[in-house]
Design a protein around this ligand. Structure first.
Ligand SMILES: [Fe+2]
Length: 686
């Protein structure tokens, strides 16, 4: 929205039902008696979803013995509150777990503000800092960070400490405007250290007990709203998460763990068995809405004081509709209780188009019990690409001629997908919205946020040396199976074809979820099909959750193909040959495992295995910073060492490497990524 005045803002704020703090034209010194009392605001403060004239402010101030209280919110141009621009009384309710949201409005664009909350007794929150977005026609270069996957149970959030350290020292124009959080803001699967003191080489930290928990293997998972609320508090109680939220506005979209590890729509799944969980989906949505300040829409209407959940029951969902959505009233109500997908314009150069990959998706076919027949113990993780394509296509495969059985070497396995809809992660309505937004965007860079990475993850076991293991039963390439957008071949092609057909330049994807850093090209197909990229793609490593390289160090012991994934050196060092496997193919990975000679390993590259990749690190943690200007977009990966313990230095500890990938704006042609290694060593990743 480019035209703003008080009246049209109030109209839209009323539509949101917002508790509103409207800025006055002349700032004045605070008249509030504020004495900082952080212990009364244990989760600190936060802000979210800035636009050029407003931003959502948040705190939590628990009281006891009453159902509601009032706080005073102030927003100022200075951290000492001598130039306060808005003051507002805001309710805080027991019913909302004492979380509090207020929309500060009438603000100036591209401006730093400071905010705080004070209770009736003068006890104040810490002071937060936030920034408004630039106007839609503002030509300045945009900088923002993107992150995902913060586990306070198994790791330390040193990446945030490093991000804060660098931002505090960045010159004007180089500071971050916001943090884009791509999900797994919480891990709902909580371990208790008295039961599980360690996982891999990590310490399991005590983050408390989940009320009403259900035990699943080593994990305790929420079964109620109180359970989710406890898990959010545990994550936000982390000092580095809390400091990051107090320094920048966050723009958040959830991934799977905000609801359930293996969940989709309103289903959960444990031990391979799906269960309807409509009430749990509503609880997860409510806790998200309470703890993440944002402009998501909720079914109960626009008010910011309470979520007002719909009443649902956990009813069976016997059928899927034509788009793969569970055709049952409680499923629709539960999923519809909150609509998170949305877009955010940020200056002339950035449109963020955020999609929700778990509320409308079908069950991942490769995670179903019927898919166990495709397991290949001699080839861990691998699934023939042709198999995954058949499972993806469902009844639409091969021009609506799906096979009855799927060949795997000598075996014939029933095609359990042949009468089912084509696989979707977005669902029909959201996909139509995404395409419309992409077409309508006038920003230089159309940044789509598929939370689960769209870059293919495959290798070439057809090139394994004879005799190393049994013959590869696939026709050619192996994928690493389903589970993210790289396996949604049909839907991904539909979107990328749309980008091509509509002539959309500056198409960029940013993702999380994979617990690994990737840079490459957005393409619907790889050799032997035509490789025709329509944009560039970046995936950020996790803030702290363990990744595949770490898991592999502890798995596949004694397996004949272990050298493809990890090289065990005489001094105990373990090197992630899995990076070479994905980027260069099996021959490179084996050569490096055998000799440790990276040049010899690269000389054996299969150029057809991954023409879409410039960088892959399956063991990297940290964050990414995007710099988007008129002529080029850059993404810098800042990789920190495995975060097994909180850094003891204020800079968040050392850096493993820092690498930049830059693409000049292309027009009608193909993007090209340039790579610059600024610091450290990532030779297995390039
Ligand atoms: Fe994750």
């Amino acid at each position: 929205m480019t035209k703003w005045d008080r009246r049209n803002f109030l109209a839209s704020a009323a539509a949101m039902g917002a508790t509103l703090a409207w800025a006055r034209p002349v700032p004045a010194a605070s008249r509030i008696t504020w004495r900082e009392a952080r212990t009364l605001y244990p989760e600190g403060v936060a802000s979210g979803d800035p636009d050029p004239h407003s931003v959502m402010l948040w705190t939590r101030r628990p009281f006891s013995g009453r159902p509601r209280a009032e706080l005073t919110a102030e927003i100022a141009l200075d951290p000492d509150f001598r130039r306060v621009v808005a003051t507002m009384q805001v309710p805080v309710l027991a019913e909302s777990d004492w979380t509090c949201r207020v929309l500060a409005a009438g603000l100036q664009p591209a401006t730093v503000y400071w905010y705080r909350f004070t209770d009736e007794a003068g006890h104040g929150s810490r002071v937060g800092r936030t920034l408004t977005a630039p106007l839609d026609d503002d030509p300045r270069t945009v900088r923002f960070a993107f992150v995902s996957c913060q586990s306070v149970n198994e790791g330390a959030q040193n990446a945030y400490r490093r991000m804060i350290w660098e931002d505090e020292r960045a010159p004007d124009g180089r500071q971050l405007g916001f943090v884009l959080h791509l999900g797994d803001f919480i891990y709902e699967v909580v371990e208790y250290p008295d039961e599980v003191p360690h996982r891999y080489d990590r310490t399991v930290f005590d983050i408390g007990r989940v009320p009403d928990a259900r035990k699943v293997d080593n994990f305790h998972v929420p079964t109620t709203l109180d359970g989710y609320r406890m898990v959010y508090r545990a994550h936000i109680d982390d000092p580095d998460v809390q400091d990051a939220r107090a320094r920048w506005p966050f723009i958040c979209i959830g991934d799977n763990h905000e609801f359930s590890w293996q969940g989709w729509q309103s289903f959960i799944k444990y031990d391979g068995k799906a269960e309807p969980a409509q009430a749990l989906r509503v609880a997860a949505n409510q806790a998200w809405w309470e703890y993440i300040p944002s402009r998501v829409r909720k079914a109960s209407g626009p008010g910011l004081d309470r979520f007002a959940p719909p009443a649902v029951i956990d009813a069976p969902v016997p059928t899927l509709d034509a788009d793969g959505f569970g055709d049952e009233a409680n499923n629709r109500l539960a999923v519809g209780s909150m609509t998170a997908y949305r877009a955010a314009r940020y200056g002339r150069h950035v449109d963020l188009i955020m999609t929700d990959f778990h509320s409308y998706t079908m069950e991942d076919p490769t995670s179903r019990p019927e898919a166990n027949a495709f397991d290949l113990p001699d080839f861990p993780f691998f699934m023939p690409q042709e198999t995954l394509e058949i499972l993806d296509g469902g009844r639409n495969y091969d021009g609506n001629r799906p096979p009855d059985t799927i060949a795997l070497g000598e075996k014939r396995i029933p095609n359990f997908r042949k009468d089912e809809p084509v696989y979707t992660m977005l669902g029909r309505t959201q996909k139509a919205w995404l395409k419309e937004r992409l077409t309508a965007s006038t920003a230089t860079w159309k940044i789509w946020t598929p939370t689960n990475g769209p870059l293919d993850m495959r290798t070439d076991p057809q090139n394994l040396p004879a005799g190393l293991t049994t013959p590869w039963p696939g026709k050619s390439y192996a994928t690493f199976g389903g589970g993210d957008f790289s396996a949604a071949f049909t839907e991904r092609a539909d979107i990328y074809d749309h980008v091509r057909a509509a002539g959309i330049d500056g198409f960029v994807t940013v993702s999380g979820d994979r617990h690994s850093f990737w840079a490459g090209y957005a393409a619907k197909a790889l050799p032997p099909r035509t490789f025709d990229p329509v944009g560039v793609s970046f995936i950020v490593g996790s803030i702290s959750a363990p990744g595949l390289a770490e898991a592999l160090e502890h798995g596949l012991k004694g397996h004949r193909l272990r050298p493809l994934f990890v090289a065990d050196r005489a001094d105990g060092t373990k090197e992630a040959t899995v990076n070479l496997l994905i980027r260069h193919g099996v021959r490179s990975a084996l050569e490096y495992a055998r000799t440790g000679d990276i040049d010899r390993a690269r000389a054996l590259t299969n150029r057809d295995v991954a023409p879409h990749l410039a960088f892959v690190d399956m063991g990297g943690h940290g964050y990414a910073v995007v710099t988007a200007g008129a002529d080029a977009i850059e993404t810098e990966f800042v990789c920190v060492p495995r975060p097994v313990a909180r850094a003891t230095t204020p800079d968040g500890g050392p850096i493993r490497y820092r690498v930049v990938h830059r693409a000049a704006l292309w027009s009608g042609g193909k993007p090209t990524l340039e790579q610059r290694m600024l610091e450290g060593d990532a030779r297995l990743s390039v």
